[in-house]
Design a protein around this ligand. Structure first.
Ligand SMILES: NC(=O)C1=CN([C@@H]2O[C@H](COP(=O)(O)OP(=O)(O)OC[C@H]3O[C@@H](n4cnc5c(N)ncnc54)[C@H](O)[C@@H]3O)[C@@H](O)[C@H]2O)C=CC1
Ligand SMILES: O=C([O-])C1=[NH+]CCC1
Length: 312
């Protein structure tokens, strides 16, 4: 039996999970997921328990990758926070099991895993779908996901300009000061996205913040927030004019307000594009609607555990 590891340290997981290792494993997992073969991947849609009193949700995200023998679940609480709140908006713990015995092999901090695997999947969407000559990246939101997206997008691609907008300008300014490279702060979403080739929406919004009329034709939008059926980040115009890609069709039609309320049709899962069964329509305006999947946490947790074991 493998040794048992407990870590509540965000710092420890941070040092063990690297995009160069994570991205290829996520691509394989997304491809397998989209083959819809339950002999390969078992991942029910997230079970969500509303915490009405606190404007939040507890999400349970189990997954089993059969050939890799990775059995994992994430427990994630996420909240809609008022402007100025100092409470965290996402807290997560990841449990990695030994599938044969059923014992827990590792308990890990899930915040870094959530931040990095979500950003890595958005980077995969951009790699497949952004315009061939993409020079301007705009990030809407200035929290944890904004930073992980900045990091992986600037590590993976060569943008000439990176812009940020946040509903509180001082947060956008703080974000711009915290990044390695130069980031410009914009006062309005309309100005921030004007001419942008790639737009990442990582806000806690429940009403649209990004409107289709502002988006350059052919741009790619990675839409990461609004993970509830009645929450929005994108308006109907954008949802209907874009080709919509998702991580999971099943998850999207159950959980994405942007898809459900706009009536937009899902064109493909990212895994189908990776498998070559659906095309990447790079020349069109594209939206990747991310909701997050248990398999993404599972491959991340396995990587973290492997790295940890190699050092102990
Ligand atoms: N798709 C996925 O796999 C995942 C999605 N998420 C979602 O991504 C979003 C960002 O998460 P974090 O960066 O961890 O949160 P965070 O709290 O660190 O940052 C949220 C950002 O959104 C802004 N914001 C909050 N409410 C807003 C509103 N009503 N209008 C405009 N801006 C608003 C905040 O000022 C802040 O800049 C959340 O919606 C979260 O639920 C989080 C984890 C995984
Ligand atoms: O996949 C994930 O961890 C989450 N999606 C929405 C909030 C948390």
């Amino acid at each position: 039996m493998l040794s048992h590891w407990r870590s509540s340290s965000t710092y420890e997981v941070e040092g063990l999970l690297h995009y160069k290792d994570l991205i290829p494993r996520l691509e394989v997992a997304l491809g397998k997921f989209s083959k819809m073969d339950s002999a390969e991947v078992i991942q029910p849609v997230r079970t969500t328990v509303p915490l009405q009193k606190y404007n939040g949700f507890l999400g349970l995200m189990p997954a089993y990758l059969v050939h890799e023998d990775i059995l994992c679940t994430k427990l994630v609480c996420f909240y809609k926070r008022e402007s100025g709140s100092t409470l965290p908006s996402t807290q997560a713990t990841v449990l990695l099991f030994d599938p044969e015995y059923g014992n827990v092999k590792a308990v890990m901090d899930g915040e870094v895993i959530t931040a990095k695997r979500t950003a890595a999947v958005s980077a995969i969407s951009a790699k497949l779908l952004m315009p061939a000559k993409s020079e301007v990246l705009t990030i809407l939101g200035a929290g944890h996901q904004a930073l992980s997206h900045y990091n992986v997008f600037t590590e993976t691609f060569s943008f000439k300009e990176v812009r940020v907008w946040s509903r509180r300008k001082e947060m956008a300014e703080r974000f711009a000061q915290s990044t390695q490279g130069h980031v410009t702060v914009w006062e309005s979403v309309e100005e921030a996205v004007n001419g942008a080739d790639v737009i990442v929406t990582v806000t806690g919004a429940s009403e649209p913040v990004l409107f289709g009329q502002w988006v350059k034709p052919g741009a790619h939008v990675a839409a990461v927030g609004a993970c509830r059926p009645d929450w929005r980040e994108l308006d109907d115009v954008l949802m209907r004019q874009a080709e919509v890609y998702v991580d999971s069709r099943e998850g999207a039609i159950a959980e994405s307000g942007d898809i459900i309320l706009s009536g937009a049709k899902v064109f493909a899962e990212l895994g189908e594009v990776l498998n070559g069964t659906r095309p990447a329509l790079r020349e069109k305006t594209t939206v990747f609607k991310s909701l997050g999947m248990g398999i993404q946490d599972a491959v991340s947790a396995k990587l973290v555990f492997e790295q940890w074991k190699s050092k102990h």
